[in-house]
Design a protein around this ligand. Sequence first.
Ligand SMILES: [Zn+2]
Length: 244
Amino acid sequence: MTHHRPDDHTGGLAAVLAHPDDESFGCAGALARAHDAGRVVRLLVATRGEAGQPEGEDDPSFADLREDELRCAASKIGFTEVTVLEGYPDGGVADMPFAELVDEIALWLGDRRPDAVITFGTHGITGHPDHVVVGSATRWAVERLAETGIAPHAIYVMAPVFGPGTKRYDLSPEEGAASHRIDITEVAGRKIAALACHASQPDAAQEAAEVQALLDRDGVLYEGYTRVRPAVPNPHPKFDTRLV
Ligand SMILES: [Zn+2]
């Protein structure tokens, strides 16, 4: 699912996530804004999302459907490249050898040299074990790259404190308070459209409706992030407003 050769460009912003749809829930707005600002925007996803089938169904082509939905969302957001790792089962990433996952992420990042990386914080927003382990492995991968002097300048974790689902989850401290608040109002329609691409996932449609309602109510929409590497103190009195 690679759209361009990785050596076409380096730099920019890369998201390392677990499932098709994580990008639309989590960081579509900031990524769309980075794309519009002329940055290279990439996505690495650990699984094909095959566990997201309706209860009781077992359709072997379901993973293809979810990849198609991801491709749809990627076109709304403006990804330069989307890569799906091979061999990691949806729901079972934490059962795979952790060091190999770190190796694969480090290799992918090392080839592309993004300026900054977005991933999951320590509770993975929803607590999903795939989210938690991908976030952890990504941070280990960046530390490994730092040893050879090619680490991204920053790691941000998604801090969904401005979205509609904030109260739903047991967020870790780094996810429950944002160091960066990104105004995504001008690309809100594309975040909603990206969520709508994931038509097999009822919660994505619900999120799209709730994001739209929030936008209608406030007239403005934000995504929150916390920079965890290098660590920064809490912002005061103004938020930073860009990631790269
Ligand atoms: Zn997920």
